[in-house]
Ligand binder design. Sequence first.
Ligand SMILES: Nc1nc2c(ncn2[C@@H]2O[C@H](COP(=O)(O)OP(=O)(O)OP(=O)(O)O)[C@@H](O)[C@H]2O)c(=O)[nH]1
Ligand SMILES: [Mg+2]
Length: 333
Amino acid sequence: MQEQNDRTCAHSTSCSQCCFDCLFEIFHSCWCHNDIVILLLGLNNAGKSTLLSTIRKEERKDHFSTWGFDGKVWKTHKFRTMVYDLGGRKSFRGIWPHYYAEAFGVIFVVDGADESRIWEASVELKAVMEHPYLVGKPLLIVANKLNESKALKYDDLKGALGPFNASEHAFIYCDCRLQSGCLIDKELQVGLDWLVASIELHYNQLEGRVEYELAKQDEKELAKNLQSTVLSTNEDIKCESHEQMQTQIELDETNLNICTYERKSMHGQSFNISTAEYEKSLAPLIESFKKTDDEPSYTPTQIAEYFGICLNKTQNIECHPQHLPGQLNLGVD
Ligand SMILES: Nc1nc2c(ncn2[C@@H]2O[C@H](COP(=O)(O)OP(=O)(O)OP(=O)(O)O)[C@@H](O)[C@H]2O)c(=O)[nH]1
Ligand SMILES: [Mg+2]
């Protein structure tokens, strides 16, 4: 679904950018075969989704907070990269570690103009830096919103967020938004170049690690984590505007009869949880999405998408909404 999304041209039908993209795609598929994953982490409102749009040279039109997970392709001269943009709200941060094993590198974005949240950002950054699946992997720390009048000083920010280890961390301070003329802030470009070069330099080692750590990730542990994340997220979801969510989510109304869920992965790795386990963990969440007279409702497919899960189309087990606990009306007629 996301791939299809990525192919949608935001420009006019004859624009040169699209022709260039086509040629690039052909060239890329012939000479560049390395697929990698980069994670985009940071507190909500830090500017992660803005950064992702910028590196894809797309003007960001919406300003909605990311719900759960968004993944987009970013092509560099060397890699075909899937960037996982993970929601930064507290309730979504429990999902982050599910993606650490498959990451070749991380971009951690901090709002450099929000002094009140620097400490919170530093705590999350420290946890990211110390996580066993991420230690030693290239980590680019992007302090953002340099352009704002209340932006903190470079040294103060670096001091509050560090210390950093130059061999695996790089710190930059920039404006993540797309500049006029479709340009990327120079400092941001320097940081991105460092990240890609570091991954390239250590590619074989990183590839081995990703393979090993993905295999190590225990199926049961993932199912357990998913369950607790879903349960802890439930409260927040009740409070949010359904309109916002609808804007974030691409609907896939056609695949409603499938019931085993597979984690999105560039490497074909997956974890499956049983239908019963899945339904049990999602039941409270589904309840909060229950159709009311004045609110839109959501399908199990959509709910699964919020949490970075996609449907495993091979299982083909019947799972119509009426089979879910509580006989809920999910509006999938
Ligand atoms: N002034 C300024 N605003 C920025 C910059 N980068 C992002 N923003 C704004 O910051 C707000 C939040 O940006 P997002 O990209 O949605 O933040 P996010 O980190 O994806 O947030 P979550 O999805 O909630 O985790 C938006 O209103 C952006 O326009 C920047 O460099 N300068
Ligand atoms: Mg976002």
